[in-house]
Design a protein around this ligand. Structure first.
Ligand SMILES: [Zn+2]
Length: 99
């Protein structure tokens, strides 16, 4: 069995949703859970079995998503927490590979 990557999610609404907001709180939370599911599956597929040859660690990352209430925009970034710079480079390279 291939070791699975360690993926965490940190999604939050930045600022206050207002009456004219494109999405309401419920819709934003739906979007969060959908994004979490889709991204989680895609990332797990890409990073499955990837381990540091030196330290035997799996890829560890936090997906940070922020929904900006004022602009109705969502940005997503990956915080990588690898065991060493060499493995970080491998993880980044794997993430950038178009599947
Ligand atoms: Zn390492």
């Amino acid at each position: 069995m291939s070791p699975a990557p360690d993926i965490r999610f940190d999604f939050a609404i930045e600022g206050e949703l207002h009456d004219e907001s494109f999405l309401d709180t419920y819709e934003v939370s739906l979007m969060f859970s959908q994004t979490e599911r889709e991204l989680g599956e895609a990332l797990a597929l890409k990073l499955e079995g990837l381990i540091c040859s030196e330290h035997g660690q799996v890829a560890r990352l936090t997906v940070r998503g922020r929904y900006h209430a004022a602009s109705d925009e969502m940005d997503v970034q990956y915080d990588l927490e690898p065991c060493c710079p060499l493995f970080m480079a491998r993880v980044i390279k794997t993430l950038n590979t178009v599947s």
